[in-house]
Design a protein around this ligand. Structure first.
Ligand code: DX5
Ligand code: ZN
Length: 218
């Protein structure tokens, strides 16, 4: 089985101290930094763009796992690559040319990811399996941290796991991940766990214990 990856979402970090926050989660044992980009159009919230990714890049060695909740995504892919993002994940629902966008991310030399919302069936990945390094199964509707895990997504993780088989593809989950939900998604086949509100609760002195609690439960 693939190693379990814990990716704290900096959506729940202190945005006034992002450099210190990403250093703190790296020191606390985070495997990746999950970077949530929202456009107020594809999702009902606005966050950060490639400039902030470039600003945090020198603060950590950890891979930046970029989750683009934006439509269209294509005009911004080059900028996120130049900012030093390692994985660039786009939503299957965000545009008509998923295949072309994934090809473009690969051409930029980055790991390519496809994300699917809770209401989207798993077969949208069927014809892009050779173009992706990561499939993100959303376990909440994207837009906000701190929402409740949607249990119906567990069967979809199993369906994605069956499609992926032995291919070199991470299966990631995002939304409502805690020590209670982590074992469910890992048993279903996920190996990369994004967690925002759970990891960042209690401030920097609690990050290591929070990350360890999810890892132990997984
Ligand atoms: C949701 C974002 C998530 C979010 C997860 O739209 O994509 O990454 O920060 O937050 P929690 O772990 O609090 O559900
Ligand atoms: Zn996310």
């Amino acid at each position: 089985p693939r190693p379990i990856v814990i990716a704290p979402s900096i959506l729940s970090a202190d945005f006034a101290s992002l450099g210190a926050e990403v250093r703190a989660i790296e020191d606390a044992g985070a495997d990746w930094v999950h970077y949530d980009v929202m456009d107020g159009h594809f999702v009902p919230n606005l966050t950060i763009g490639p400039g902030v990714a470039a600003a945090i890049r020198p603060h950590v060695k950890t891979k930046i796992d970029t989750h683009l909740m934006i439509s269209p995504a294509d005009p911004y892919l080059d900028e996120f690559a130049e900012a030093g993002c390692d994985t660039i994940t786009i939503h299957a629902e965000a545009g008509p040319h998923l295949h072309r966008s994934l090809q473009h991310i690969r051409k930029l030399g980055k790991r390519a990811g496809v994300a699917i919302n809770p209401g989207t069936p798993p077969d949208v990945v069927d014809y892009v399996l050779n173009l992706v390094d990561l499939i993100l199964v959303m376990t909440v509707n994207p837009g906000f941290g701190g929402q409740a895990f949607i249990p119906e997504t567990v069967a979809k993780i199993e369906a994605i796991r069956a499609k992926v088989g032995h291919r070199d593809i991470d299966i990631e989950v995002d939304g409502g991940i805690t020590p209670e939900t982590a074992p469910l998604v890992v048993a279903a086949g996920a190996n990369a766990l994004v967690a925002g509100s759970f990891v960042f609760q209690g401030g920097p002195s609690a990050y290591a214990a929070n990350i360890a609690a999810i890892r132990r439960a997984a």
